[in-house]
Design a protein around this ligand. Structure first.
Ligand SMILES: [Zn+2]
Ligand SMILES: [Zn+2]
Length: 244
């Protein structure tokens, strides 16, 4: 498996960046996981429109799916212009309904829904989904292929429901959109120390701290992560590639 970070900003894109989006490549197929603002533009650096084989959305917040609406235009316009566009399967949660409904009724997307019991065959891999503690219906994704495991928290608070998702993952991409020093009464994302706890609890081999909020500096994230001594983490950066 190869995973390419197309966007790793949380909430809104950093300057020249993009919000959440990952290109997963396996068995010669291209799977887009989340599709936030700026993701389609960056995707085209790697894969042309007609080579997208599937899209998975962890949840229907704009920073994870706003570019799907632009993808729909791209598919329509290129089809009208004679490009051989095949319908793309898109998997996502069914709520919030007001957003989900906008994804339907487009012949270029074939929308399927995911939930905690979904076991999705994915071109020789298997994707399983874990409901996370977030403000809307949201699923972390665990992808297993040829004995290797990629785990992605999507947006999540720290909690035991994440343990089976990350257990022994080769690469674990974690929502690190919060800082201990900016802890608030109500949190929506994990801090570096919570990501460390998840790493320790689950034996993740390599951790990628992602969903980085542009108004925090990377050095703040690193400073909190470094409090635990050496551990196998990196902060996410756009266009970083991991072969798993
Ligand atoms: Zn988010
Ligand atoms: Zn979210």
């Amino acid at each position: 498996m190869r995973i390419t970070i197309l966007g790793c900003s949380g909430g809104y894109p950093a300057k020249g960046g993009a919000t959440t989006g990952y290109l997963l490549q396996l068995s010669g197929k291209n799977i887009l996981i989340d599709c936030g603002s700026g993701v389609i533009s960056n995707l085209f650096n790697y894969v042309p429109l007609e080579k997208i084989d599937a899209v998975i959305l962890t949840h229907l917040h704009a920073d994870h799916m706003s570019d799907v609406f632009v993808l729909k235009y791209a598919l329509q316009m290129n089809k009208q212009n004679g490009l051989d566009i095949h319908p793309i399967p898109l998997f996502c949660p069914v709520t919030p309904e007001s957003v989900y409904d906008q994804l339907l009724n487009d012949t270029n997307l074939v929308v399927g829904h995911i939930n905690s019991s979904t076991e999705l065959p994915l071109f020789g891999a298997t994707a399983t989904f874990f409901r996370t503690n977030h403000s809307v219906e949201c699923y972390g994704i665990r992808i297993e292929h040829e004995g290797k495991v990629l785990a992605f928290s999507a947006d999540a608070l720290f909690g035991p429901e994440l343990f089976p998702l990350f257990q022994n993952a080769d690469v674990g991409i974690m929502d690190c959109g919060a800082l201990e020093k900016a802890r608030k009464p109500v949190m929506l994302h994990m801090t570096p120390s919570e990501c460390f706890r998840l790493y320790q609890e689950c034996g993740v081999k390599k951790v990628v701290l992602s969903h980085l909020v542009p108004y925090y500096s990377i050095s703040d994230v690193v400073e909190e992560a470094e409090m635990f001594g050496p551990w196998p983490y990196e902060t996410a950066s756009i266009n970083q590639i991991y072969d798993i």
